[in-house]
Design a protein around this ligand. Structure first.
Ligand SMILES: [Zn+2]
Ligand SMILES: [Zn+2]
Length: 277
C-alpha cells in the first residue's frame, strides 16, 4: 500500500477494506505454515529488519495471525509464564513503535514534506508474498518438518490469545481506536479522540497537524516503554510484567492493524458498551 500525493495533499486508501472485521481469525494451514517459519526466523537480522520497517511489520491480518501463532503454539519460554506469550512479536513491534514515533516527529523537509507518510507501508507483507497458492502441486514442508495441519487446528482454537485479550481488556479498553470501536452505522461522525486512532484510521484523515503527530508519537513511546518491560519479563532476567505491560502488545497491534480481533475475543461490542455506560 502506498500513499498517493494529490496536489500536495496526502490521499490515503480507505482503511475499512484493510482492517479485519470484529470476528475470530480462522487461519489456513498455509498461513500457519508460513507464520510458524516466520516466528522461527531471525527478525533481528539487519536486512530482514530493514524490510520489516519498510512494510511496518505485516499486513493487518498477518499481524494478528503472527501473535496468534506464537502465543498458541510456542509452549516454552522465559519468565513466569514460561510459554504462550508474544515474545517475538514484542521484539519486532517495539522496534516499529520507535520507527513510527521518530518519523512522526521528524520535521518536514523539501524531500519529505509529509511526516505522516511514515504511517504508510512502502513494502509488501512478507507473509502475503510467500504464501503458496492453494492449487500449487508439490510438497509444502512445515518448519523443521512440523505438521502444519495439526498446528493450524491448535492455533485456531485461540485458547491462549483469548485469555490474554480478556485478562488485559480492563487496561486496553480505554485506549481502543474510536473508529474501530464504534458501530458501523455511526461511522463518519466527528472523531473526538483522534490521538487514539489506529494507524489505518489515522491515514483516513489525510494530513495530520503537528500537534496530533506529537500526541500520537507520545502515545507510541509510552507504549514502547511498557512493551520493553513486557519483553524483558519474558526472559530469564527481567522483572515480572505489570498488567499495564501485559496489555502493551494488544494496544500496539491494535494501533498497527486495527482492533477487530481483540474486540471480538474479549467480547466487547458497541452494544455491550451502550449497556454498561
Ligand atoms: Zn499479509
Ligand atoms: Zn481504527
Amino acid at each position: 500500500m502506498r500513499q498517493v500525493s494529490d496536489g500536495g495533499q496526502l490521499r490515503s486508501p480507505q482503511p475499512d477494506g484493510l482492517l479485519l472485521p470484529r470476528s475470530s481469525l480462522l487461519l489456513t494451514v498455509e498461513e500457519v505454515r508460513q507464520l510458524w517459519a516466520f516466528v522461527h526466523g531471525d527478525i533481528m537480522d539487519g536486512g530482514i529488519r530493514t524490510l520489516l520497517r519498510a512494510s511496518l511489520g505485516l499486513c493487518p491480518r498477518h499481524t494478528w495471525a503472527y501473535a496468534v501463532v506464537e502465543i498458541e503454539l510456542w509452549q516454552t519460554g522465559g519468565g513466569l509464564r514460561g510459554g504462550h506469550q508474544p515474545f517475538d512479536v514484542t521484539v519486532l513491534y517495539e522496534d516499529l513503535l520507535e520507527h513510527v514515533a521518530a518519523g512522526l516527529t521528524r520535521p518536514a523537509t523539501p524531500f519529505r514534506r509529509h511526516p505522516e507518510s511514515i504511517l504508510v507501508p512502502s513494502g509488501p507483507c512478507r507473509v502475503c508474498t510467500e504464501l503458496v497458492p492453494s492449487g500449487h502441486a508439490g510438497m509444502r514442508l512445515g518448519y523443521a518438518a512440523s505438521n502444519s495441519s495439526a498446528l493450524a487446528d491448535e492455533a485456531n482454537l485461540l485458547t491462549w490469545t483469548r485469555r490474554w485479550c480478556i485478562d488485559t481488556a480492563p487496561i486496553w479498553r480505554p485506549m481502543v481506536c474510536p473508529r474501530c470501536q464504534e458501530a458501523p452505522q455511526k461511522k463518519g461522525r466527528e472523531v473526538d479522540a483522534a490521538g487514539l486512532l489506529c494507524r489505518p484510521h489515522l491515514l483516513s484523515l489525510g494530513r495530520l497537524s503537528p500537534t496530533l503527530r506529537e500526541e500520537v508519537a507520545a502515545r507510541l513511546r509510552e507504549l514502547q516503554g511498557r512493551m520493553r518491560r513486557l519483553t524483558a519479563s519474558m526472559t530469564k532476567y527481567g522483572a515480572p510484567a505489570t498488567p499495564q505491560d501485559d496489555a502493551s502488545w494488544v494496544e500496539t497491534l491494535g494501533f498497527f492493524a486495527g482492533w477487530g480481533p481483540p474486540l471480538h475475543l474479549a467480547d466487547i461490542t458497541a452494544h455491550a458498551d451502550e449497556r454498561t455506560t
